[in-house]
Design a protein around this ligand. Structure first.
Ligand code: C5P
Length: 217
């Protein structure tokens, strides 16, 4: 094992989008490159942690020293996260689809004249909230919030609603999605720390440093 501020710790990270099948060839997804979550996994491994990265479908290489579990749907992601607990830190960065198709078709849906398929959606489990309120709750549970307005206010509400310790909020009204830089606000119970815009790798290292400081010894 590596030495570093997180050595001896297990860090569980979700990243990327989820794909919710409609039929064997179609899906509903969120827009997410997975870059920020993968960068956090890399930084946590560099800091000496054992890292489990539960990844939705993305085109990114596995960072050195990271155990990766590939999933597609939110239900699969929830299952993989349950299986990876316990952890010292959970960082839920994935852009999980809020809904899935109630009954995905076994065969490809065909165009039938002018009749349109009606998709019935049902809600996906909230993985962050389940981890934060579950029996094996890690000592530090962190969520993300991508917002296009009132970033800090929404993140503050989200922190309470989901039972997370911190919410890392970013304004995605600009070029953050799929881009290489990010500016985040760390929303905690008693304060908000705003970091300047930097490459996603530097954001990851800055966050990981703070995770290590916040853990009970
Ligand atoms: O509610 P919203 O999707 O904006 O919350 C974002 C945060 O919640 C992120 O940390 C995301 O990974 C997590 N989340 C989750 N499971 C869901 C929806 C969101 O873990 N079904």
């Amino acid at each position: 094992a590596q030495t570093g501020p997180l050595s001896g710790r297990h860090v569980l990270i979700t990243a990327g989008p989820t794909w919710e099948p409609i039929d064997p060839v179609r899906y509903i997804a969120n827009r997410s490159s997975g870059k920020q979550g993968f960068a956090i996994a890399a930084a946590a491994a560099e800091a000496g942690a054992r890292v489990t990265l539960v990844a939705g479908p993305v085109h990114l290489p596995t960072p050195p020293g990271v155990d990766r579990v590939d999933v597609e749907s939110a239900l699969q992601m929830a299952e993989a996260v349950r299986g990876a607990l316990p952890a010292d830190i959970a960082v839920m960065v994935a852009a999980v689809a809020d809904w899935r198709v109630a009954q995905a078709a076994d065969q490809k849906l065909k165009k039938r004249g002018s009749a349109l398929p009606a998709l019935q959606l049902i809600e996906n489990p909230d993985i962050l909230a389940s981890v934060a309120t579950g029996p094996s709750r890690p000592p530090l549970v962190i969520g993300f919030a991508a917002e296009t307005q009132d970033v800090i206010r929404y993140a503050t509400e989200k922190r309470k609603r989901k039972g997370a310790d911190w919410i890392i909020a970013n304004d995605v009204s600009g070029d953050v999605m799929g881009g290489d830089v990010n500016a985040v606000h760390i929303v905690r119970a008693d304060d908000v720390i705003s970091l300047p815009e930097m490459p996603k790798e530097d954001v990851a290292r800055a966050l990981v440093e703070r995770f290590a400081d916040a853990l009970p010894r």
